[in-house]
Write a protein that binds this ligand. Structure first.
Ligand code: 4AD
Ligand code: MG
Length: 505
């Protein structure tokens, strides 16, 4: 048996493939099947004259997603799905499928999410999962290559690492326990044992709203490094992200093509990343500080003007095609062609209108931003749109950051925390920073954040026995996958997403 991923080595040869009928059409003695075997997609051509009447009839009525084995000759053909065609000489059905719910026509997202166990087979989802897999591999390559030790942090925990508002509480032998929001605190303990470590595991946050960037269960990569300060932490973040993006660009060309990903912004992920303090970032958002000679409001007006031009062009295209259809000079095929173009263009108008609303939202949040506040999605978008590249924002007001962040001695009131914001509206993908080492300050922060001191005694021990400066960060895997793949929504980045209101499938 040959796999589609290996077809390049079998051009001109006879092979046997096992897989599924993803889709097909027939015309005069020929069936054209999009055949998939998990490792890829290719076209299978079943010719009545080659396979005979009985097999041809089987192929013609074979339902979508039936499994089958085919034998045939491999032809290289750039125009075909996956770049190869199999000229089938024989086929055997393994299992005929019932009526498959996901057809080539458009389906609503809720329907697709309800059928996630099947939706995973479709070509876009297939591509996303492959990119996710490549990213995971690249993450291990990066850290293992630098001598980091991977550690597994517990999932049941008594510690609220990231605030108490979004904890999932469970019953742990009659005691309350939480599902871990972050492996960081355990990572800090292990960094004192191993020097350089990273955790890579599932984390849980009860996010009681539906957003395009939040899941209730997501995977986080959290390195923790003894003897690292904030600057070294930021150096590592940028090297790490650049290396993962580079790995995907160099080895997932086919997947990115399937996803129609414009890789322009990914290619701009080069070192060094832009770094700016929170206060400077706020000045940029508020339009008080220019970037490359323009303020945020100039940039936002340009965005608005671009959308108006785009809208006019689409409206004109629609008007011209509608006039042609009305003229009575077109053949039936031409009318259908133009009508379906018009329908598509009208969809584009809706999309443009949505983007116009988004720009209005960015403008209003930039106008109303209050110095000292945490950034919302719109603020992150405005800031990164000014650069078109990833931006690291550091030295945040302590009030908006977690209890464990170190206060900057030279910049009182500010925490040595850093967020990495991805361009194209993706926003925060990494949060991290230098950890507080002063045990008294940590204790008062624990009290201030109304956390139970008893649950943190072990953590405070780390400051008593060989206390050293240390730093780390957390990268949300799904947010990274969404950005690299250019997805509108985080729900497609994980095989079986868990989010507010969804537990099945
Ligand atoms: O900024 P956060 O909350 O930082 C921490 O958890 C630290 N303990 C990390 C550390 O320093 N070791 O979360 C880190 C990242 C975010 O930048 C984001 O990418 C992701 O985790 N994230 C989420 N991803 C999906 N759904 C959610 N609900 C997420 N919440 C955070
Ligand atoms: Mg954060």
């Amino acid at each position: 048996m040959t796999r589609i991923q290996d077809l390049a080595a079998h051009v001109g040869q006879a092979v046997e493939l096992k897989g599924w009928n993803a889709q097909k059409r027939d015309s005069k003695g020929l069936v054209f099947m999009t055949f998939r075997d998990g490792t890829g997609f290719c076209q299978a051509v079943i010719n009545l004259e080659v396979v005979g009447e009985a097999s041809f009839e089987v192929a013609k009525r074979l339902p979508q997603e039936s499994s089958l084995a085919i034998k045939g000759t491999v032809i290289c053909d750039e125009k075909q799905v996956g770049g190869y065609e199999i000229q089938v000489t024989a086929l055997t059905v393994i299992a005929e499928a019932e009526d498959y719910p996901i057809t080539p026509k458009e389906h609503g997202v809720d329907f697709l999410m309800d059928n996630r166990h099947l939706w995973l087979r479709s070509r876009r989802q297939w591509a996303i999962m492959r990119v996710r897999n490549r990213i995971i591999f690249a993450i291990h390559e990066f850290f293992q290559g630098k001598g980091f030790v991977q550690m597994d942090a517990p999932i049941f925990t008594g510690n609220a690492c990231e605030g108490t508002t979004n904890l999932f509480e469970t019953d742990y032998y009659g005691e309350p326990a939480y599902l871990s929001q972050s492996g960081q605190l355990y990572g800090e303990a292990m960094a004192m044992a191993q020097g350089l470590i990273y955790t890579f595991g599932p984390t849980f946050r009860a996010e009681k709203s539906k957003t395009r960037r939040h899941l209730s269960e997501f995977w986080m990569i959290e390195p923790e490094m003894a003897f690292y300060d904030l600057k070294m932490d930021m150096d590592l973040i940028e090297q790490f992200v650049q290396s993962v993006v580079g790995a995907v660009l160099s080895s997932c060309a086919e997947e990115l093509k399937v996803l129609e990903r414009d890789t322009k912004f990914l290619e701009k992920v080069q070192l060094p990343f832009i770094r700016m303090k929170y206060e400077d970032a706020v000045s940029v958002i508020l339009g008080e500080k220019e970037v490359n000679g323009r303020t945020s409001f100039v940039m936002l007006d340009e965005e608005k003007a671009k959308l108006v031009d785009e809208q006019k062009a689409v409206e004109q295209d629609i008007a011209e095609r509608e006039a042609k259809i009305k003229s009575g000079e077109l053949k039936k095929g031409e009318i259908n062609f133009n009508q379906s173009k018009v329908d598509k263009l009208k969809g584009q108008l809706t999309d443009i209108a949505e983007r116009q609303q988004a720009v209005e939202q960015w403008i209003s949040s930039a106008k109303n931003f209050k110095r000292g506040d945490d950034f919302g999605g719109s603020d992150e978008t405005v800031l990164t749109k000014m650069f078109g590249q990833p931006v690291m924002v550091y030295n945040w007001p302590q009030a908006v950051k977690a209890f464990y962040m170190k206060e900057d001695e030279e910049d009182k009131g500010y925490a040595k925390g850093v967020d990495l914001l991805a361009p194209e509206g993706y926003g925060e993908v990494v949060g991290g920073g230098e950890r507080e080492t002063d045990i008294e300050r940590l204790k008062s922060k624990i009290i201030e954040h109304e956390l139970p001191m008893s649950a943190f005694e072990w953590y405070l021990d780390l400051r008593k026995f060989g206390n050293v400066p240390h730093s780390g960060f957390g990268l949300g895997l799904e947010r990274l996958v969404a950005w690299i793949c250019g997805l509108q929504h985080i729900r497609e980045t994980i095989p079986f997403p868990r989010s507010y209101g969804r537990l099945l499938p």
